[in-house]
Design a protein. Structure first.
Length: 620
C-alpha cells in the first residue's frame, strides 16, 4: 500500500472513530451549529482528538507492520476501553482511569456475570478475526514504517509536551490570536479540568482523555512521587497525649448533652464580606451570619476552585503543598482518610450534598473514596421534569434544594448526622438579574452600570444566604440531638471589574500576586444548640486545612490520631498557604520538623503509597 493512501485511510478511521463517539454522546449535532459561540473551541477539541487518534493508530502500526490489522486492533482497544468506561460510570459513577488496571482482580470479582461473558465473548471473537486478518495481510514496506515512525512520535511528542507543560500556558500569559497560545486551551489536558472526568470524556472523547490521564500519571511518578517509609508515617500518628485530651462522649443516650452531636457544614458559594469593598456598601446585609461569626476561614482559592476548599476541609491536606492542583481531578483516585471516614467509625451517618451535577470535580467518585455513606446531588434532590422550577436566571439551582435536603437528613434521629453541604445559588458570573433588579442602591460614583448590576446580584445572593442560614438555625432548634452548624464561604467572589472600579487591589502587581490573606478570608460562623468551645476558633483566621479538628474539639468529639497530628501542626503554624507559611507565637515542638512531617503526610497520601490510609483505615 502506498504511503499517502495508508495515511488518508488512518486519518479517515480516526475521524470516524471520534465522530462515532460524539454521535453516541448525542453531542454531535452541535458540531454543525455554525452560529454556536462554542463552535471554535469544540472544533479544536474534536480536531485534536482526531489528530491524537491518528497518531495512536500510527503507533500501533509500528508494532504490527500491517495496515488493516493495525486498524482492527487499535479501534478494538479504543472501543473496549470506552465500553468499560461506560459500564464503570453506570455502576460506580466514576470514569475509567489508568490506575484502575492495578485493580483488575477486584474489578473482575465485582463485575456482573453477564458483563463478564459479554466482554470475554467479544475478546474471543476479536482474537479470532485478528489472527485471520493478520495471517492474510503482508508486512508493510520500510517507507511506511519510516513515515509512521515520524508522524506518531512527532504528534504524540507534541501532546506529551503540551500535557507536561500545562498546555504551554506558562509561556502564554496573554494568548494572542494567530499563535499556538490561542489554541493551547483546547489541547487535551486533564490535570486541572474542573468539570471532572465524566464531562471531560464527553467533551474530548475517551481516547484523548485516557491518553492525557496516562501522561499525568507518568508525570506524577517521575517528577512528584516520593515514597515516605511506612515506619516514618506511623510516627506521625503517635503524638503526645497532651494533644488528644478531648474526652470521649458518654454512652448515656438519655442525656442529650452527652450524645454525639450532629455536625453540619454549609459551604456557601462565593460568600464574602462585601463591605470590605468600600464604606458605601450597605451594612448588616447578613445579620445572622455576622452575629454568629467566630473568625474568618482562610481559603486556598480566590474567585473559584471550590473543590480545593472542600478538599482541605475534609482531608486537612494542603492545596499549596500540592502545587495548587485540583486534587479532586488529578489525585484522589483511591481511598483517602478524611473527616467522614473517621466519623463513620464513631457511628455517624455521613452525607455529602450539592445542588449541582454529581460529576463536576469528580465528586461522585471522590466522595466514595472519602468514605461518605451517600452523595445527594441535584439528580437526587429533584426529578428532571420539575428541575426547571429551581433553576435561576443564571442557570444555577437555588439553595432551596440544598437546605431542604439538609433538613430532611437531620430528621434521621437514629444516628448522629455528619452533613457536608455545598451551595451553588450565588455562583458567578453576576451579570444577570437572577434575584430581581435594584434590590440594593449602589451610591459610589464612577461605578459602571454593568458593575452595579453585578454587585446588586451578588449582594442579594449574600442576603439570601443569610436568610437560609437563619431558617436552618430555627429548624435545628427543634431537634432533640445536639447539633452544631458551621457556615463559611468557599472563596471570594469572581466580581471582575467590580474589584477594579472599587480599587480593591492597590496595584496590578498586588492583583496578580495576591500575597495578602485578605484576598482569601471569608466569614466563618458557628451556631449550636448546646454549649461548645468557641475558643478553638480564636484568631485572625482559621486555615481551611486546620478547620476539621477545631470543629471536633469545639463540639467535644474525640480526635483520631490523624486529627491529633493535624492539631500538632496547627499548634506550630497558623497556615501553610500561598500567602506564606505563618508560624504560631509559641510551639512546643521543632517547628521545622513538624512542617516536614506535614509535607511528608501530604506526599504519602497524594503521591506516595498512602500508608496513612493503611494505618488508619476503619476496621470492616
Amino acid at each position: 500500500m502506498k504511503t499517502l493512501k495508508q495515511q488518508v485511510l488512518f486519518l479517515l478511521v480516526a475521524f470516524l472513530s471520534v465522530f462515532a463517539f460524539f454521535l453516541y454522546q448525542e453531542d454531535i449535532t452541535r458540531f454543525f451549529q455554525l452560529r454556536d459561540i462554542y463552535l471554535k473551541p469544540r472544533l479544536f477539541k474534536y480536531g485534536f482528538s482526531i489528530l491524537l487518534n491518528y497518531a495512536l493508530i500510527s503507533l500501533f502500526y509500528l508494532i504490527l507492520r500491517k495496515t488493516f490489522a493495525t486498524i482492527l486492533l487499535s479501534q478494538f482497544v479504543i472501543f473496549l476501553l470506552t465500553f468499560i468506561n461506560i459500564k464503570k460510570e453506570q455502576y460506580l459513577s466514576a470514569s475509567l482511569v489508568p490506575n484502575d488496571f492495578l485493580l483488575f482482580k477486584e474489578t473482575f470479582i465485582a463485575s456482573p456475570i453477564f458483563l463478564k461473558i459479554a466482554v470475554f465473548g467479544a475478546i474471543a471473537v476479536f482474537v479470532a478475526l485478528f489472527v485471520f486478518l493478520y495471517r492474510k495481510e503482508k508486512l508493510g514496506t520500510k517507507p511506511l514504517l519510516l513515515t509512521n515512525s515520524i508522524l506518531s512520535f512527532a504528534i504524540l511528542g507534541f501532546f506529551i509536551t503540551a500535557n507536561f507543560k500545562d498546555n504551554f500556558r506558562e509561556n502564554c500569559p496573554a494568548p494572542k490570536k494567530g499563535t499556538l497560545c490561542e489554541y493551547s486551551l483546547y489541547l487535551p489536558n486533564t490535570r486541572g479540568d474542573w468539570v471532572g472526568d465524566h464531562l471531560t470524556i464527553k467533551h474530548l472523547g475517551f481516547s484523548a482523555f485516557f491518553f492525557s490521564k496516562t501522561v499525568d500519571g507518568l508525570n506524577n511518578k517521575i517528577f512528584q512521587t516520593q515514597v515516605i517509609p511506612e515506619k516514618e508515617v506511623e510516627t506521625f500518628y503517635q503524638t503526645p497525649q497532651e494533644f488528644n485530651e478531648t474526652p470521649a462522649p458518654s454512652s448515656d443516650e438519655n442525656s442529650a448533652e452527652k450524645q454525639l452531636p450532629n455536625i453540619v457544614f454549609v459551604m456557601s458559594e462565593s460568600h464574602w464580606d462585601a463591605t470590605q469593598l468600600d464604606k458605601s456598601i450597605p451594612r448588616n446585609i447578613t445579620p445572622t451570619i455576622n452575629k454568629n461569626q467566630v473568625s474568618t476561614l482562610l481559603s486556598p482559592s480566590f474567585g473559584g476552585g471550590t473543590a480545593n476548599v472542600e478538599f482541605e476541609v475534609l482531608t486537612s491536606l494542603n492545596t499549596f503543598l500540592n502545587h495548587n492542583e485540583l486534587a479532586y481531578v488529578s489525585k484522589l483516585k483511591r481511598p483517602t482518610y478524611s473527616l467522614p471516614m473517621y466519623l463513620n467509625t464513631l457511628g455517624y451517618e455521613t452525607t455529602a450534598m450539592h445542588n449541582n451535577g454529581k460529576y463536576f470535580y469528580n465528586r461522585s467518585a471522590v466522595y466514595q473514596n472519602m468514605g461518605f455513606n451517600r452523595f445527594t446531588s441535584i439528580e437526587n434532590m429533584i426529578n428532571m421534569a420539575d428541575r426547571a422550577k429551581y433553576i435561576n436566571a443564571a442557570g444555577w439551582a437555588t439553595d432551596d434544594l440544598i437546605y431542604n435536603s439538609i433538613e430532611n437528613q437531620l430528621k434521621n434521629t437514629d444516628k448522629p448526622q455528619f452533613i457536608y453541604a455545598i451551595s451553588v445559588e450565588n455562583h458567578p458570573m453576576y451579570g444577570d438579574d437572577r434575584y430581581g433588579k435594584d434590590n440594593f442602591k449602589i451610591t459610589k460614583k464612577g461605578i459602571s452600570d454593568n458593575s452595579k448590576r453585578a454587585l446588586n446580584t451578588y449582594l442579594t445572593g449574600m442576603q439570601r444566604a443569610d436568610d437560609k442560614f437563619k431558617a436552618l438555625i430555627e429548624n435545628v432548634k427543634t431537634l432533640d440531638r445536639p447539633t452544631v452548624v458551621i457556615f463559611f464561604g468557599d472563596h471570594l467572589p469572581n466580581l471582575q471589574k467590580v474589584f477594579d472600579e472599587y480599587g480593591y487591589f492597590k496595584s496590578e502587581q498586588e492583583k496578580t500576586e495576591k500575597k495578602d490573606t485578605r484576598f482569601f478570608e471569608t466569614p466563618l460562623s458557628v451556631w449550636a444548640n448546646f454549649p461548645i468551645d468557641k475558643k478553638q476558633f480564636e484568631g485572625q483566621f482559621v486555615a481551611a486545612h486546620f478547620l476539621a479538628p477545631k470543629v471536633l474539639e469545639a463540639a467535644h468529639v474525640p480526635l483520631s490520631p490523624y486529627y491529633t497530628f493535624v492539631n500538632k501542626v496547627s499548634s506550630c503554624y497558623k497556615a501553610v498557604h500561598n500567602t506564606g507559611t505563618q508560624t504560631q507565637k509559641s510551639c512546643d515542638f521543632d517547628s521545622q520538623q513538624v512542617l516536614k512531617e506535614y509535607k511528608d503526610m501530604n506526599m504519602d497520601v497524594l503521591n506516595g503509597k498512602n500508608f496513612t490510609y493503611q494505618i488508619l483505615k476503619p476496621e470492616i
